[in-house]
Design a protein around this ligand. Sequence first.
Ligand code: ATP
Ligand code: MG
Length: 330
Amino acid sequence: KPRILSGMQPTSDSLHLGNYLGALVNWRTLQADFDAYFFVADLHSLTVATDPEVIRRRTRLTAAQFIAAGIDPERSAVFCQSHIRETTEVAWVLGCQAAVGEMNRMTQFKDKTSKGQSANVGLFTYPVLMASDILLYNPQYVPVGDDQRQHLEITRDLALRFNARFGEVFEVPEGYIPKESARIMDLQDPTSKMSKSSSSPKGLLDIMDDPARLAKKVRSAVTDTEAEIRYDVERKPGVSNLLVMASVLGDTPIATLEQQYSGRGYGDLKKDVAELVVETVTPFRQRIDELLDDPAELDGILARGAERAGEVALATRDAVFDAVGLLPAG
Ligand code: ATP
Ligand code: MG
C-alpha cells in the first residue's frame, strides 16, 4: 500500500465542523487504501506561546478527536510529533539546505508577522520542521488543505535539492486533495471558510460545544432573501453551505436534497441540518470523553503509534546523516 501522512496542530479546545468534515472524515476513508500515519503536531504548536498545561490537554484531546472520528490506531499509526526525536534531528540537516530568502517568502509567516504576532525563530523555520516530519516517513502522498500547499512545495523542493546533492534519500511526496473534500463555510459569513482563528463564535461550529448551542447557531445561519433551496455558491453561498453540510452529514447527494426541499422553506433545511449536526456530534463527543477519562490508555495508544513511526523515522535519519557525512554513533 502506498504511504500517506498528515498531521494537525493541538491549537484549540475543539475541532470545528470544517476540520471534521474537511480533514478527519477523509483521513478515516484513506486508511483503507493507504499505509497511513497521522500525528499531533505538538512541536509546531510551540511556535505560539501557550501554557504547558494547555498544550498537554490539547495534545491528548487532538489525538482523542482523531480516534473518535474513526481513525483506527490498530491500522494507522497515531502519534505525537515530539515523540519522534528524529523529527528535530533531520530538521537541522534540512534547515542547512534551506535559503533564508525562501523562508522569508512563506505567506503563513508573512501573514502571521504582519498581524503583529511576535516572530520567534520557530515560526520562521516552521516549514523546515514540516518538511522533516513529512520526509522522515517517505510518504507518497500528503493530504493537505489549500492553506498548506506552499509548505508542501517547499518540502518537495528541499527533498529534490537534497537528493540532487547527496543521492536519492527522500521520496518526493505529492499533495493529495481528495475528490470529494467538503469545504465548510462560516455560518455568518458564508463566503469565508469556517476557521478557528478568523470566524466569529456565531459562525463557528465547535464539535465540543453544547449541542443545543450548535443547533441554535445553525438555525441562525445567514441565508439570502430568496426562498428557493438550490445549490449555487456564487449567488446563494449560505444556502449552498447548508446543503453541503446536509449532504455530507446525511450522506445524500445535493441533487436529491434539492428535490426533497423543493417548495419548502429555509427553516426546514436549517432544522434538518441542526439535527444532523447534533446526531453526528453527540456520539463523537461521548467517545472523546471516554478516551480522555483514561489518559493512560490514550498515552499507550500514542506510545504504540510512536514505536511504529519511530522505526521508519530512524532508518531515514540514519540514511540522511550518512548521506551528508556524519559518522555513525558507536
Ligand atoms: P486556522 O484558522 O488557525 O488556520 P483552521 O480552522 O483553518 O485554523 P487548521 O488547523 O488550519 O484549521 O486545519 C486543520 C485541517 O482542517 C486542515 O486539513 C484544513 O485543510 C482543514 N480545514 C480547516 N478549515 C476547514 C473548512 N472550513 N472546511 C474544510 N476543511 C477545513
Ligand atoms: Mg488553516
